[in-house]
Design a protein around this ligand. Sequence first.
Ligand SMILES: *Cc1c(COP(=O)(O)O)cnc(C)c1O
Length: 394
Amino acid sequence: MTKGRYGIHGGQYMPETLMNELKFLEESYEKYKNDLEFNKELNDLLKNYVNRPSLLYYAENISKDVGGAKIYLKREDLNHTGAHKINNVVGQALLAKRMGKTRLIAETGAGQHGVATATVAALFGMECEVFMGKEDTDRQALNVYRMELLGAKVTAVETGTKTLKDAVNAVIREWVGRIDDTYYVLGSAVGPHPYPEIVKHFQAVISEEAKEQILQEEGKLPKAVVACVGGGSNAIGMFANFIEEDNVRLIGCEAAGLGIDTDKHAATITTGEVGIFHGMKSYFVQHKGGQIAPVYSISAGLDYPGIGPEHSYLHDSKRAEYYPVTDEEAVSTLEYLAKREGIICAIESAFAVSKALEIAKEYTPDDSIIVCLSGRGDKDVAAIAKYRGEDINE
Ligand SMILES: *Cc1c(COP(=O)(O)O)cnc(C)c1O
């Protein structure tokens, strides 16, 4: 495949003014990805700051309830800042420093990627500005304050639907205007080449560890690995080291919101069409005329109208399977996992656990499956209460 292409997907559909900068980014990434010093610094940070390797936890109670394959949870929720996002941010911020940049900018939806970026910027003594839709700054006031505590500037975006896709548009505009000292830390496996490849590279640590851990525990590969898909970064990280293992199923879970037959969902692969947006060719939820459609999910992390180009290719080539999971299924699963395993996971992760419970039934306790538990659920407690009609004084 041509560089930056995944079948018909991927590419680099960006304003002319950014092409040189993307070339500089690609060259820098190629130069450092196998550089000894760079990787030593990265691995030190992953170990001593992020808290890696993350645990591979055998969820015995739920496995026994199901009576099928053993269900293992890859505990990305135990990383510093509470999700997988920091794996990628640490890597990109190190790259930014090598490129001589002093300022990080980022988009954020619920605030998870913004918090991770603000965190690493603080650690590295870099300036940081995070763009967030006005809707989201209102809904996620706590994360806005967190980012400010960490020394970042948070800019509310007032255009369009005032959500994540508008934040991405704003951050690209900002980047065009200030490429000299500014590095754009993209938060998912989306956007123009080389971002999807870079994000996969830094998130691949999830499956690198998980593969080693499961072989240690079970002496054989799992039947399936399962992850939720917003833009697709935790999923591509969970898939990366299993893609070449033909006998391991790769399963992605998309947000079906109130149902894929309503207009309140974000199920990109299930309902989307090929289009070009945010610098890449991929599947997008869109209206007949090609306009990007407004999407919805109870989970802010999955509330994105597109998906990374490699996932679109893995779908086209039938290597990976993508399934829609509804809000109700995810919330019930979050509650169930909390009660049975004592783990309150991020609502995003609950989409993956929900499907995993179904998949596990197809196998026996001789087999295993691994679910990426992408984050912890503290941030979601108020939303779950609200969903259940309870008022806990947000
Ligand atoms: C952001 C986020 C996601 C979705 O993003 P991906 O790039 O698809 O991984 C999933 N889970 C958590 C906890 C998140 O914060």
